[in-house]
Design a protein around this ligand. Sequence first.
Ligand SMILES: [Zn+2]
Ligand SMILES: [Zn+2]
Length: 175
Amino acid sequence: MGIEMTKEDVVSELEAVSVAVSPAEKYREYLATQRLRMTREREIFVEEVFASHEHFDADQLIQRLEQRKDGKRVSRSTIYRHLKQLEEAGLIRKVARQGDRDLYEHDYGYPQHDHLICKKCEELFEFHNEKISELLEEVAREHGFRIEGHRLEAFGLCDKCCRRPNTRPNKMNLI
Ligand SMILES: [Zn+2]
Ligand SMILES: [Zn+2]
C-alpha cells in the first residue's frame, strides 16, 4: 500500500470476494500445467500484483516492483511475460486500452463487474448490475450458448468532465 492515488484509481464500491485458493497458489497450479516452476521472482510478482486492487499498467507495476526491498530489477520483457502468464492463469485480465498501454485488473477474487470509462480524464468507474447478466443469459439461451463471463465497457464523459468549464478564455468576455 502507500501508493499514491493516480487518476487511474478506480471508483468502485465492489468488495473483494473470498477465494479458497490464494492467487499465488492458483498461479503455482497454472505453472505446473506449463511445466514451469514457481520461482522467487514469480512469487514476488504475483504478490505485488495482488497487493491492491487498482487497475495498473506495466510501467506502474515496474515502479512498484522497484520500490520493494526484496525486488530486483527485471527486464521489461520479463514483466510482460509474467503478465501474460497471470492472464493465462485466469488471475488478471486486460481492461480497455487507454492510449497505447494495456491496463490490467484482477480477474480472481473480485466480483464480476463492468466499466464506465471517461475518454477525457480516463477515470474508470466499476459497477455491477444484475440486469446486464440476466439480459446476457437471455440472449445466450436464444443461441444455445453457455456464458462463462462477460465484459462490458462503455465510453463517454464522466460527470466531472461534463461539468468542467471550458478553460480557454471566452472572447466574448474580453470585449
Ligand atoms: Zn472524466
Ligand atoms: Zn474493474
